[in-house]
Design a protein around this ligand. Structure first.
Ligand code: PRP
Ligand code: HPA
Length: 183
C-alpha cells in the first residue's frame, strides 16, 4: 500500500520507501562491521519489526540466525501502558549468546528497557539494540541503543510495520497519522 492509497489519513510522509531502503543498508553495514563472523542471534519484536527484520537480515552479509518475540504494551491505542506482556517467547536458549534486538520504534522506551533486562536475565553474553526510529522527546527512560535509523518528532507514525489499531502496517513508507483518525 502506498501513501496515496490512504492519503486523507496521513499528514506527512516522513520517509519514502527508497529512503528506508538506503537507511536499512547503512544499518546493515554497521551491524556487519561489528558482528560479522560472530554467532549473533537477531531477535525481532513482533509485529512491528517484521519489515525491518525482513529487509535488514537480507541486507546483512554474514550469517545471522533469528528468533522472534511478541510483546505488547500498547493495547489498541496510541499510548504505552508501560505494562509489558510476553505474547510469544523465544525458542532459543540465550545463555552465552550475543543478542541483537531488532525493533521498529523506541517511543517511551519502556518496551525495550524491559525487554533488554528480560533477555539479560537469561544470561545472554550481550544484548544490543537496533531500532529504525526513535522519539527522543517521548523518552520515559534512558536506553543505550547501538544502532538507530532516525530520530523523529514526538508524533504518532504508521507504515513499514508500524500500526494504528492493526492498520497501516503494509504502507510502504513511514508517515505521520492525521489526528482525526485516532481522536
Ligand atoms: O518505546 P515504547 O513506548 O515502549 O514503544 C515501542 C513499542 O511499541 C510498539 O509495539 P506495540 O506494543 O504497539 O506492538 P506491535 O509491534 O505489535 O505493533 C513498537 O513495535 C515497540 O515494540
Ligand atoms: O508512533 C508509533 N506508531 C506506531 N506504533 C507505535 N508504538 C509506539 N510508538 C508508535
Amino acid at each position: 500500500m502506498k501513501a496515496e492509497d490512504v492519503q486523507g489519513d496521513l499528514t506527512e510522509v516522513l520517509f519514502t520507501r527508497e529512503e528506508i531502503e538506503a537507511k536499512i543498508a547503512e544499518l546493515a553495514a554497521a551491524v556487519d562491521a561489528d558482528y560479522r563472523g560472530r554467532d549473533v542471534l537477531l531477535v525481532g519484536v513482533l509485529k512491528g519489526a517484521v519489515m525491518v527484520m525482513a529487509d535488514l537480515c537480507r541486507a546483512l552479509k554474514g550469517q545471522y540466525p533469528m528468533d522472534w518475540m511478541a510483546v505488547s504494551s500498547y493495547g489498541s491505542g496510541t499510548k504505552s501502558s508501560g505494562v509489558v506482556r510476553i505474547l510469544k517467547d523465544l525458542d532459543t536458549d540465550l545463555s552465552g549468546r550475543d543478542v541483537l534486538i531488532v525493533e521498529d520504534i523506541i517511543d517511551s522506551g519502556l518496551t525495550l528497557s524491559w525487554l533488554r533486562a528480560n533477555l539479560q536475565s537469561r544470561r545472554a553474553a550481550s544484548v544490543e539494540i537496533c531500532a529504525l526510529l526513535r522519539k527522543p522527546e517521548a523518552a520515559k527512560t534512558a536506553i543505550d541503543v547501538r544502532y538507530v535509523g532516525w530520530d523523529i518528532p514526538n508524533e504518532f507514525v504508521v507504515g513499514y510495520g508500524l500500526d494504528y489499531a492493526e492498520k497501516y502496517r503494509n504502507l510502504d513508507c513511514i508517515a505521520t497519522l492525521a489526528p482525526h483518525v485516532y481522536e
